[in-house]
Design a protein around this ligand. Structure first.
Ligand SMILES: *[C@@H]1O[C@H](CO)[C@@H](O)[C@H](O)[C@H]1NC(C)=O
Ligand SMILES: *[C@@H]1O[C@H](CO)[C@@H](O)[C@H](O)[C@H]1NC(C)=O
Length: 483
């Protein structure tokens, strides 16, 4: 066989026209979806079937948001140039973006992807401290560039080269499955002590650290919210050791957690460097690094041809406007609560529903073979994503064991969507638990969904949300106003 053909299959007959079999994966590999259009929280396939999108990382304020699209179109027709010229949109965007951060973080670099942002963050940390070594968290993922794979434990643990000398891994602060669990006292302190020990070990080797990088809420690691005080203690230890603290907000930032724009704000810490990406352009590729003047002054040079170009800055501004105008933070908070409480309500009925966690519109449901052993139910989780897809709901299974059902819908996701997702997962998981679930992932199913018996509207404060636009705390996103 032609070696080229063994890695690249070209076929105009299948849904996916080009597949690199080894390294490129599609979502729902066994029965891929061909999506031809999307709007709000919905995606549509060739036949016009509507799917509720709970996995899209980038369409933050809703697919093809009409305001964002119109701003992009207008700017594209007016001026699209490489960066390096004075422009109103880039200074305005930098100002507004920086305005969402604590005051000390006042410098903003524009780049094109979250990976590029993390790469620049490492350069900044290393230039500022004149050290190379990094503390990274077990099972973390920070991007797909070679030096980011080096600091992504979830990736390098599977690679032949393994861990690089300058990389030091600290334990996963997972209170359900980690070193210290929910019954342990002072969890934040216990996990932070492990970091202290690691720093001491690094010093013993005669090395110094440049910094510590983590997602304040770990996304692909399975929606891990670290215990209270963990980051506070760790940041202090890292700074005492001369390092800087980097918060990777590429996936979870810009309001997804509901309470704040940035997930680190939940932990009463201020990082030295923050990276943001995916959601900023609502599908338009753009990213940024935000830092202090002091750290920025350490970097001798920085260039990006596309970073901060007029189109991305206009798009970024439009996204910020929509988040504010449609009150998407409070919406994410309210709808996230419905999801969290709803799943917790049905959890006792499900022997496989080990843990339910998250914040705002990033929710994880961890599946186990039984609640006693907590053995990861990886196959069941994958099966569930396929069964949910047959019922027109897109969810993903993530985490090191791929047994955590992760939901990160666009922030315009509403209460009805949340209820529907809970009903579908309730039904499908019950089938899987009873062993009555037909095991073929590609099979079509048109069975209806039985009504849930669990009254989801017992969640405090959300009843008034439904069709009530007067409640300032739970204001519904008025997407229709934008049409
Ligand atoms: C990163 O790259 C690898 C192959 O190079 C690919 O398998 C993987 O899906 C990519 N994305 C992530 C999120 O790891
Ligand atoms: C979301 O991003 C993560 C990390 O980059 C990746 O592993 C995952 O596949 C992405 N999901 C989708 C639906 O693109």
């Amino acid at each position: 066989m032609n070696p080229f053909l063994s890695i690249v299959f070209l076929s105009s007959l299948t849904h996916s026209s080009v597949l690199c079999r080894q390294s490129c994966k599609l979502h729902f590999e066994a029965a891929p979806l061909k999506i031809v259009r999307a709007s709000k929280q919905y995606m549509y396939d060739e036949g016009g079937t509507e799917f509720l999108d709970c996995i899209n990382n980038v369409s933050h304020v809703g697919h093809c948001h009409p305001y964002v699209v119109s701003v992009a179109q207008e700017q594209m027709a007016k001026l699209s140039t490489s960066s390096g010229f004075l422009s109103d949109s880039s200074s305005q965007y930098a100002k507004q973006l920086v305005g969402t951060f604590p005051e000390s973080l006042n410098i903003c670099y524009f780049v094109n992807s979250g990976s590029e942002a993390n790469d620049l963050a490492l350069r900044l940390a290393q230039a500022h401290t004149k050290q190379k070594d990094l503390l990274v968290v077990e099972n973390a993922y920070h991007g797909n560039l070679s030096n980011l794979i080096d600091i992504s434990h979830s990736r390098f643990k599977k690679m032949p080269g393994g861990k690089k000398e300058h990389v030091h891994v600290v334990p996963w602060p997972n209170t359900y499955r980690g070193l210290f669990r929910e019954d342990h006292a002072n969890l934040g302190e216990a996990y932070a002590l492990e970091v202290k020990k690691k720093i001491q070990a690094v010093h013993k080797e005669g090395r110094q650290i440049a910094g510590f990088i983590c997602e304040p809420l770990m996304s692909t690691a399975g929606v891990i919210t670290p215990p209270q005080n963990y980051l506070k203690h760790v940041y202090k230890l890292v700074r005492e050791a001369g390092g800087v603290c980097i918060a990777d907000e590429v996936q979870v930032g810009l309001g997804r957690v509901g309470d704040y724009y940035w997930s680190f704000q939940s932990y009463d810490v201020v990082p030295d460097i923050i990276t943001c990406g995916k959601p900023m352009g609502n599908g338009f590729p753009m990213a940024a690094v935000v830092t202090t003047t002091e750290v920025a002054n350490s970097l001798a040079c920085f260039e990006s041809s596309f970073g901060g170009n007029p189109v991305s800055c206009s798009v970024g501004l439009a996204v910020l406007d929509v988040i504010q105008n449609e009150k998407l933070l409070s919406s994410a908070k309210c709808v996230g609560l419905v999801l969290l409480e709803g799943f917790r309500n049905i959890q006792p009925n499900h022997p496989m529903m080990g843990d339910v966690r998250g914040q705002g519109l990033i929710i994880g449901v961890e599946l186990v073979t039984d609640k006693e052993s907590r053995k990861p139910a990886s196959e069941a989780a994958e099966l569930l994503t396929y069964k949910a897809k047959q019922l027109r709901i897109l969810v993903a299974n993530e985490g090191p064991d791929k047994n955590v059902i992760v939901m990160t819908p666009p922030l315009c996701f509403n209460i009805d969507n949340a209820r529907h997702v809970i009903q579908v997962i309730d039904k499908v998981l019950a089938e899987i638990e009873r062993g009555t679930c037909p095991d073929q992932m590609s099979a079509q199913s048109d069975e209806g969904i039985t009504e849930l018996t669990i009254p989801l509207d017992i969640v405090s404060g959300v009843e008034s949300y439904d069709d009530d636009d007067d409640d300032p705390h739970c204001k519904r996103a008025r997407y229709e106003d934008m049409d």
